[in-house]
Design a protein around this ligand. Structure first.
Ligand code: SAH
Ligand code: SF4
Length: 354
């Protein structure tokens, strides 16, 4: 290892304020073992050996937006659309809870059919199951977020996707990075535990932009960071692009763990989709969360954000949760039994400890 990178890792492990150039240097490192080991140590020190399961229910694939990278975009006429009923959503959650899930994530395209009132009613019913509830339903007016928070939703996942203003505007027509950041700040202000995140390998992305992604999540002091590879979808304008690679995704995960020590960091399904050992590798590079898909099988194959998603053939949580739990134990870790609420990622006094 180059002396300079050893020094950077030392500084990061001792919680010095990270600089953009140091982050770039780490992302460019060819010898990845020291970076991954440092992230693994940091993960153990700040969030321990337990892995939190977040059961995700993808309840609607209707979307009014037209993001260039995503298969749910309204311009994709090849996709059969569905909506689950509130009863189906609650039943899927109940099955997940029976299998040991303590957090339910409700995710969808931006679907106006699910008004704040309808969603709030679903949240209230889910809270009766004694679970933490995360919502991931995109851009909404502030009053909707307030209604959902008052209904008991604990967390909100709204990935910033890319910290590059121009790229954001191009990839998410009609929306801006500023608008996304404003919403993340509203959500924080309303008392949600907030998750952001980005995709690795978007066309035109550089390591400098990836460093900005990490620094933006630090600036927002998010409780969760959803980081996964971009996987091109044939039914989108980005068909034929290269997509993200495994090593760069792991490096971004590892550096994020170093820069946001207490953050909840999922080993994403997207990473498992591009590599059969993707989740296991992520768990060794700083990740401490896995998000089993507990959507009923007939729907989950239609939630085709990207192609060839793994784990869409399991019959349900009764089969999927034991399989994922086994993988976690084989990785030398244990499955958490509490809801795993988040702490702010770095500002809870951690900066002084070094
Ligand atoms: N509509 C909501 C939530 C659903 S999309 C929203 O956009 O916030 C969930 C996530 O899927 C997005 O945040 C994005 O990061 C990811 N995604 C979309 N298209 C993808 C692709 N082609 N490859 C990998 N991830 C993708
Ligand atoms: Fe819709 Fe979200 Fe896909 Fe964009 S990323 S098209 S908002 S589902």
């Amino acid at each position: 290892m180059k002396r300079s990178t050893a020094e950077i890792l030392y500084r990061f492990e001792n919680l010095r304020i990270p600089s953009r150039s140091d982050i770039i240097e780490l992302l460019k490192m060819e010898e990845t073992v020291p970076l991954f080991s440092a992230a693994d140590r940091m993960r153990r020190r700040y969030v321990g050996d337990q892995v939190h399961l977040r059961g995700i229910i993808e309840f609607s694939n209707h979307c009014v937006k037209n993001c260039l990278y995503c298969g749910l975009r309204r311009g994709n006429k090849a996709l059969e659309r569905y909506r689950m009923t509130p009863d189906e959503i609650v039943e899927a959650a109940r099955e997940g809870v029976r299998a040991g899930i303590r957090t339910i994530v409700l995710q969808s395209g931006e679907d106006a059919f699910f008004s704040a009132a309808i969603l709030a009613d679903i949240v209230t019913r889910l809270k009766e199951l004694d679970v933490a509830v995360t919502l991931s339903v995109g851009d909404r007016p502030k009053r909707d977020y307030r209604i959902l928070r008052e209904a008991g939703a604990d967390r909100y996942l709204l990935k910033h996707e890319t910290a590059h203003r121009e790229m954001f505007r191009r990839l998410r027509p009609g929306t801006t990075l500023e608008g996304r950041k404003k919403r993340l700040l509203w959500l924080k202000g309303l008392g949600f535990q907030v998750g952001s995140g980005n995709m690795i390998g978007l066309p035109g992305q550089t390591v400098g932009i990836l460093a900005d992604d990490i620094l933006l999540m630090r600036e927002l002091d998010v409780e969760m960071a959803g980081i996964g590879p971009f996987i091109p979808n044939d039914n989108t304008p980005l068909a034929g692009c290269r997509g993200g690679d495994v090593t760069m995704t792991l490096k971004v995960l590892a550096v994020t763990r170093l820069v946001l020590p207490a953050v909840h960091l999922p080993a994403t399904t997207a990473l498992a989709t591009i590599h059969p050992e993707g989740r296991q590798m992520a768990l060794r590079c700083g990740a401490n969360v896995v998000m089993p898909d507990i959507t009923p099988v007939r729907y989950k194959k239609l939630y085709e954000i990207y192609p060839n998603k793994v784990c869409i053939t399991e019959d349900g949580p009764g089969q999927c949760i034991p399989c994922i739990s086994g993988m976690i134990r084989q990785s030398g870790r244990s499955v958490a039994t509490d809801p795993g609420h988040g702490r702010r990622s770095w500002s809870d006094g951690s900066q002084q400890r070094g």
